[in-house]
Write a protein that binds this ligand. Sequence first.
Ligand code: S3P
Length: 441
Amino acid sequence: MSNHASPDRLTATAGGALRGSIALPGDKSISHRAIILGALAEGETTVHHLLEGEDVLRTVAAFRAMGVDIQRDPNGIYRIQGVGLDGLREPDDVLDMGNSGTAMRLLAGVLASQPFFSILTGDASLRQRPMGRIVAPLSQMGARILSRAQGRAPLVIQGTELIPLDYQSPVASAQVKSAILLAALNTAGGSSVQEPEQSRDHTERMLTAFGAEVEREGLRVRVEGWPTLTGQLLAVPGDISSAAFPLVAALLVPGSDLLLQGVGMNPTRVGLLELLAAMGGSIEALNPRQQGGEPIADLRVKHSALRGITVPPELIPRAIDEFPIFFVAAALAEGETVLTGAAELRVKESDRIHAMAVGLAALGARVTEQADGVRIVGQPDGLAGGVTVDSFTDHRVAMSLLVAGLCCRAPVTVERCANIQTSFPAFLDKMTGLGASLTVP
Ligand code: S3P
């Protein structure tokens, strides 16, 4: 679906420093939300710098299938003709969300209140992921959703009128929170979600920008139903979760010095930067500014000697997608790194604790898998490598193991990499442009 098809196998070889300056692709979380709210608003929404990764293109395709006119101009600017909260049309086929948990969970929230029938499915990874965490609260709102055993997709939704809900979520999950807030938009009255820790707040920020009434009180966020959402002009910040790969590569490869331009610095997303700073990483945020209701900055990153740390548990939700690459930093730091309380990593695009423990161990890292985390004893002199490892079809595991391969004494081949195109289609071009040796074997 993307114009940068990612090869399925890539080889990383240690080489020179990473140097130069790159712009990052648009933030994936924000891109999904821009399409969703643009479709549900009145009037036109224009989105600059949308991430054209496969996950977001699935969301685009789903709304097109529900009658929303979404056009891309030759400069990559998207124009969405919003149909309002009651203007979607029944899709005439199953909606395939591919690899995207965000697309499936947020769409389920939207579709639960629409007066038509729909089915959401996805690839083998997505069909294994827990959907009960959204089906349960949406059902409390009166939603009629059927799933396979243990809340697995496909989800079959007979949309209906919902009742408001005040929900105490057992997990800090922006997807759970957003599914409920999106269902609440088309429901009379106010609904709220309280989380155990603050997850990313892009939905709340964007809803406010579109004109919804959103209130936050501590860890509870509340939205009033039936707002008038008005089309907006949006510019999506660079994705900090994609920046993480060149960033950690630059910290690890001697002589590196990079400028990563226009990176989203939302406080609910910068956990990795805090972890790496605590490890001794040299990362400077320059030229802080606002873009699309979100803080952004340019990040200057230089090679640094890293030290192992114990991850503070309250920081986990703010770094949730960055643990695969964080484990790579830990495997090459001086001393021990300990992560506990991160069982959520087992239900991402792959079981990321297992996938990374297996992959890093194969490269020669000293890593012990635990039920809810890992212990890693770093080897600052580099890893052995010289093997072929599996990404478990997980884009972030693939990119993380390739960065690890840049720090190995012998080349590393990573298999089943094609899903890199779900979040960072230009990964190979950008990394090789900075001097990394990544090749198609
Ligand atoms: C996302 C929320 C997080 C994150 C995912 C994107 C979002 O998932 O891991 O990559 O856009 O809302 P959870 O809500 O499952 O924590």
